[in-house]
Design a protein around this ligand. Sequence first.
Ligand SMILES: Cc1ncc(COP(=O)(O)O)c(C=O)c1O
Length: 384
Amino acid sequence: MSDRRAQGLPSGGGDGTRAVRAGLPEPVKYEPTLPGPVFAAHYHLPGEPTGPYTYGRDENPTWTHLERAIGELEAPAEDGVETLVFASGMAATSSVLFSQLRAGDAVVLPSDGYQALPLVRAQLEAYGIEVRTAPTGGDTQLGVLDGAKLLWIETPSNPGLDVCDIRRLVSEAHARGALVAVDNTLATPLGQRPLELGADFSVASGTKQLTGHGDVLLGYVAGRDAEAMAAVRRWRKIAGAIPGPMEAWLAHRSLATLHLRVERQNATALAVAEALRDWPEELGVRYPGLPDDPSHLVASRQMRRYGCVVSFTLPTRARAERFLDALRLVDDATSFGGVRSTAERRGRWGGDAVPEGFIRMSVGAEDPEDLVADVLSALDQSAQ
Ligand SMILES: Cc1ncc(COP(=O)(O)O)c(C=O)c1O
């Protein structure tokens, strides 16, 4: 039974209430509300080696609390969902792909997803798995789905911020016998709940807005199919792709402010996107929350909040570099989702099919007026 019910936390409660209480154990007199990190490679284990806590690579009480917390946010109305935490988003991603697919299987991956996916693709192919790709927007996944074992979607996609219709793709994939995994990194569980939309797995990097301070690497997989999740768990054990207790505890502590951060950052992201859209040069701004964004209609049917990432394109690489140099409140750094705004010229990595002047900006928790003024001033200065 979940701790949520043990504590009488209403599954229908608001996101803020759920976020501050997520995963907390039953109160124990003189114990802290959120128990501190448990540093243990092994546990006292006389007799038969049965769980819950035997060896530190298999289980840890600090993970258990965090896993319950994330499960309560990803699937507040469901009891049968299992969540597993990992050392990073890529560890979580690999655990699903490599535990579910065998030589001879086919998988559909996004052609415009996170830039480490091509590396994963090469590894899957080396193991004899057929990899097909399709862009995130436009339902073209349907054309390559027949005979696939797994459909992997990333929505909104990083860095292009395209969106696909999760319900539609799930229904078509299930009709053809394929499982569906959704990378929910950009949205966070407060922005989108893929399992409720029918997906088999919700997978994410917790390194981003979920933890939100740019100081933790973490990943998770949530799923309701016990057999599939047992295979994911086995993969975590085999690969040893486990988070440290300190990271898991920091992540849980950060969840308490998830709702506050998401509300603030996403509202400011919309303000930044609007300011960019209204700038006299055409910048090709993308933000799923902008009513005139090509993704908005689909996004509005499945997302409850639209994320803190905005993308746009400056005419040249030199202009983009001048723009980044001129920003005062926004660090030139990769990753996204933190309380301090960051931006980068995404083309510098060479892995994404984006123009040289393409900027991915992650909006933080600064005052919206300050941030918008900084972005507009940097646009102005960099134009000269
Ligand atoms: C959409 C998406 N998925 C997965 C990952 C991988 O996460 P991590 O860096 O925590 O391994 C990232 C990282 O940027 C990402 O943006």
